[in-house]
Design a protein around this ligand. Structure first.
Ligand code: ADP
Ligand code: ADP
Length: 232
């Protein structure tokens, strides 16, 4: 589903350069929950922005759902982005819109009719367990409920891949577990490929099939979660 070949990202600063991602090869299969772990500064955010087409690699190629997403632009990039949903640490909801309006928003942008939208929004609300909260505003929701809205919105365009950027880092342990369980549920029900970046080991242990460990821009280890974490 996702294939990175020798991907390097170098940021050019005023009088220096930073190699944020260095010669990364990565294969993520359809239906996998793939974790990327590393300390702050390891290059995780850069990698996720590369996957989302928000950054262009300095070197190498990135394929998502059989499309090369670097070196494309305009309509092609928009199409490619529709295959990718994303959720964030701070949820990034629209504060002046209700739960159902937040979820509906990407469908509105895609030009879908009101009738079609409301059908899809209803299904998504059910999927993420927010029935009864349709008319609530984000400020009236708990952190876990906000992330459920984020997940529903990310799924609205029926993406093939869900990118999770520290999606549980702002949540307490119990809420973290309930959001991780929801992600597993979605992975199983929809066969969705999930990529998550985190600095929290227990997140990886709880739901990931495979993990890549990043250090100074490089993948220093990759494999099944049990092999990577349990072996000496
Ligand atoms: P992580 O998400 O693992 O904390 P980042 O991808 O944010 O890592 O950062 C990797 C390296 O790239 C760091 O040294 C960081 O300072 C640098 N970096 C990240 N984004 C930029 C940018 N837009 N411009 C310059 N340097 C950046
Ligand atoms: P971040 O931590 O990335 O700023 P937040 O989830 O806190 O993310 O906020 C997302 C956006 O909503 C930001 O642009 C922020 O300025 C705005 N925002 C946050 N809280 C409120 C609020 N209570 N009312 C209106 N806008 C808000």
């Amino acid at each position: 589903m996702i294939k990175l070949s020798q991907v390097t990202k170098i940021y050019e600063l005023k009088d220096s350069t930073v190699t944020a991602v260095k010669n990364v090869d990565m294969n993520i299969n359809k239906g996998q929950i793939f974790g990327i772990i590393g300390y702050s500064g390891a290059g995780k955010s850069t990698l996720i922005r590369l996957l989302n087409g928000l950054e262009t690699p300095t070197k190498g190629t990135i394929m998502v759902a059989n499309r090369e997403i670097n070196h494309i632009s305009g309509r092609e990039l928009r199409k490619a982005r529709q295959e990718i949903g994303m959720i964030f640490q701070h949820f990034n909801l629209l504060w002046s819109r209700t739960v159902e309006e937040n979820i509906s928003f990407p469908l509105e942008i895609a030009g879908m009719s009101k009738k079609e939208r409301s059908k899809i929004v209803k299904e998504l609300i059910k999927l993420v367990g927010l029935e009864g909260r349709e008319k609530a505003y984000p400020s009236q929701l708990s952190g876990g409920q906000k992330q459920r809205v984020g997940i529903a919105r990310a799924l609205a365009n029926k993406p093939k891949v869900l990118l999770c950027d520290e999606a549980t880092s702002a949540l307490d342990p119990q809420t973290t577990d309930s959001i991780l369980e929801l992600l597993v549920d979605i992975n199983q029900k929809l066969g969705l490929t999930i990529v998550l970046i985190t600095h929290e080991m227990h997140v990886i242990r709880k739901i990931c099939h495979r993990v890549a460990v990043m250090e100074d821009g490089e993948v220093v280890e990759e494999g099944n979660v049990l092999d990577v974490f349990e072996n000496p």
